[in-house]
Write a protein that binds this ligand. Structure first.
Ligand code: ADP
Ligand code: MG
Length: 263
C-alpha cells in the first residue's frame, strides 16, 4: 500500500471512530514525527493525547451544561474571615469531594445572605471539575418539575433523573412552604439517594423548625432522619454578607463626608 493510500485509510479509520480531533491533527503530527524522527509509539502517544484532551474538554463542557449552576462561584472566592461561624478547614475538606464517596450529605443552615448558596455552588463546581455528574435545583423548581411530571405521567422518569447525579444540590429549602405533593416529591428524592449519593441542601430553617414547611411532621422527621444520618451540618449565623458590604460602604461614605462637614 502506498503511503498516500495508508494516509487515506488512517483518515477513514479516525473518522469512523469519531476521533475528529486526532483526524485534524494527523497531518501536523505526521510532519512532527518525520522531523523529530519519532518512533511509532511516540507518534501514536502524541496523536491519542490530542484526542484525549479534546474528549476531556467536551466531557467537562457537557457536565457544566447539565449542572445548571446559577453562578460561577468557587470555594476559593469565599471570604472566610467575613464568616467566622464557618469551619474553613471543614469546607476545604469537603472541597476534596471525599464526602461523595460515602454519600455524605451537607446541610447548610442559616439566615439569608450568609453565603449558603455560594458554598453549595462552590462544592458543585469542584464536583464538576472532578468529573462528577452534578445537578443544581432550588426546592421550588424541584417541586414544580415533579408536579408537572405527575400531571404528564412522567413521575418515575423524573425520580430517576433526580437519583442520577453523583451530587444533587437542593437550594432554598424552607423559603416557601411545600404543599404535601411537593413534600412527597422531595421526600422521595432524598429517600432514593439515601446512602447512595450525596445531597447538598441549603435552608433558612433550623432543623427544629422543619415541621413548619411540611404539612406532615412525620414526613419532615423521616426526611431529616435520612439527611442527617450521614451528614456534615453547618449552622451559619451572623449578618448577611450583602448587608455587611452595604454597611461598610455607608460607613466609608460617612467617614469620607464627615471631615468635609467639620471644616
Ligand atoms: P444565601 O444563600 O445564604 O442567602 P448567598 O450565597 O446567595 O447567600 O450570598 C449572598 C451574596 O453575598 C452573594 O453575592 C455572595 O457571593 C455574597 N457572599 C456571601 N457570603 C460571602 C462570603 N463569605 N464571601 C464572599 N461573598 C459572600
Ligand atoms: Mg441562597
Amino acid at each position: 500500500m502506498s503511503e498516500d493510500s495508508t494516509y487515506q485509510t488512517l483518515r477513514g479509520h479516525l473518522a469512523y471512530l469519531r476521533m475528529a480531533a486526532a483526524a485534524e491533527a494527523l497531518p501536523g503530527e505526521l510532519d512532527h514525527a518525520r522531523t523529530h524522527k519519532l518512533g511509532h509509539s511516540a507518534f501514536l502517544a502524541r496523536l491519542l493525547e490530542v484526542e484525549v484532551t479534546a474528549t476531556e474538554i467536551r466531557r467537562q463542557a457537557g457536565l457544566e451544561r447539565f449542572a445548571c449552576l446559577p453562578a460561577p462561584w468557587r470555594i476559593d472566592d469565599f471570604d472566610f474571615d467575613a464568616q467566622p461561624s464557618i469551619d474553613k478547614a471543614l469546607v476545604h475538606e469537603l472541597a476534596t469531594l471525599r464526602f461523595l464517596e460515602d454519600a455524605t450529605n451537607v446541610l447548610l443552615i442559616g439566615p439569608p445572605g450568609v453565603g449558603k448558596t455560594m458554598l453549595a455552588i462552590g462544592l458543585g463546581r469542584a464536583s464538576i471539575e472532578a468529573g462528577y455528574r452534578t445537578y443544581y435545583t432550588t426546592a421550588a423548581d424541584l417541586a414544580a418539575r415533579c408536579h408537572r411530571a405527575a400531571l404528564e405521567g412522567r413521575w418515575a422518569t423524573t425520580m430517576r433523573f433526580f437519583a442520577g447525579p453523583r451530587l444533587l444540590i437542593i437550594d432554598e429549602v424552607g423559603y416557601l412552604p411545600l404543599a404535601s405533593e411537593a413534600a412527597a416529591a422531595l421526600f422521595q428524592v432524598i429517600t432514593q439517594r439515601y446512602l447512595k449519593s450525596s445531597v447538598v441542601m441549603t435552608t433558612n430553617l433550623g432543623v427544629g423548625s422543619w415541621g413548619k414547611i411540611f404539612d406532615d411532621p412525620m414526613v419532615a422527621a423521616a426526611m431529616l432522619d435520612r439527611l442527617l444520618h450521614r451528614s456534615v451540618v453547618f449552622n451559619i449565623d451572623g449578618d448577611s454578607y450583602r448587608m455587611r458590604a452595604h454597611r461598610a460602604r455607608s460607613e466609608n461614605i460617612r467617614k469620607g463626608v464627615r471631615p468635609k462637614a467639620e471644616k
